[in-house]
Design a binder for this molecule. Sequence first.
Ligand SMILES: [Ca+2]
Length: 404
Amino acid sequence: MNASLRPILSGGLFLERGAACCSCSGVTDRESAKEARSFSHPRSTRSRTSVGSLSAAGRKFGFLFLLLFLSVIHVSPAAASGKKIIFDTDPGTDDAMALMLALHSPELDVRAITVVPGNTTAKQGLENALRMVSLANRCDTPVAAGAQHPLFQKLITAEFWDGKNGLANIELPPSKCKVDARFGPDLIIELVRGAPHEITLVPVGPPTNIALALQKDPSIVPLVKEVILMGGSIKGGNVNAAAEANIYNDPEAAQIVFQAGWPLTMVGLDVGDKTLLGRKHLEQLARTHGPVNDFIYSVAKFFVDLSEKFGSDGTPMYDPLAVGVAVDANLVTAPLMHVDVEARGEFTRGETVANRRGEIERNVLHGDRYIIEGLDKVQPNAKVCIDVQADRFLQLFVSRIQGK
Ligand SMILES: [Ca+2]
């Protein structure tokens, strides 16, 4: 074992906490409106029952009706709020598109956004996340800083692809939302423990924060509903021949996350490459307007222009597809496989190595050689996306950004 793994495996957190400052502003327009809706009905119901001379039976019926009504509105926010997700992100242009898809999908309830360095520094990523949440008028969503760098290596940022600020050089207005003071991995633990079996983790950056949460509290594993991770590839990389960027940025964290023993879906580079957002989608987005619509149009145009310079018909929707899978798992074909993350290879560090056969040869040493004596099963640890209904996903994305 690599000696440098010791601080992590012994539970020691050697990453710095993000610069915590103000507390979350807490109440949002949406929450306020929800509360207002919830409380206005009982009051009006009560006033209706108090006016007029109801018989005893009528009052009893009214009281039972009120109890029933209160019980319905008590459960309705959770029932109506959709699948609870924690969006772990390194924003990031395709992170921006993924976040806005998540915030505009009624199937999802974004319980928190935790920021990790990757496409940008941790500081820039946090600022970007806050500005985007503010643009979407969703200050009710906690935004927390997390790790400041990968577990064991220097950070690699992607201004070359994402622009100087990570958001295609688009300057969003200053955020009116405040950062949540909690450390991202701690917030993940807190929310998972507070809603056992209900939280889906959607990491779309290097999975450093998820690994830190796991190391600090391994007991969250059976409490997490599932993990839908953007990262990896079983058909070559984009950083180099072998590795995809999120995993390449923190292979040790990725190996911890893949081996945790929870339901995990890998939305990799190779399947993301099949979801190209192109000119026709830009034209659709140009027909509607609004702060989020126009921002995403500009981000997408930046990327479509860039893709065309590299000879592609569109930009791959890597991070948004992970959110798409959270919305509708039927968008992808994802057979079970066992996936390991290569952390030591000279040419393959950061590669996700997937066993498609579900077995390995059992080689036994006899004297000066090994003899194959049979096959041993390997347990799958991930659903690996290998195909996607790309047109259906892209239309879902465009329509949700348009507010449809
Ligand atoms: Ca990302």
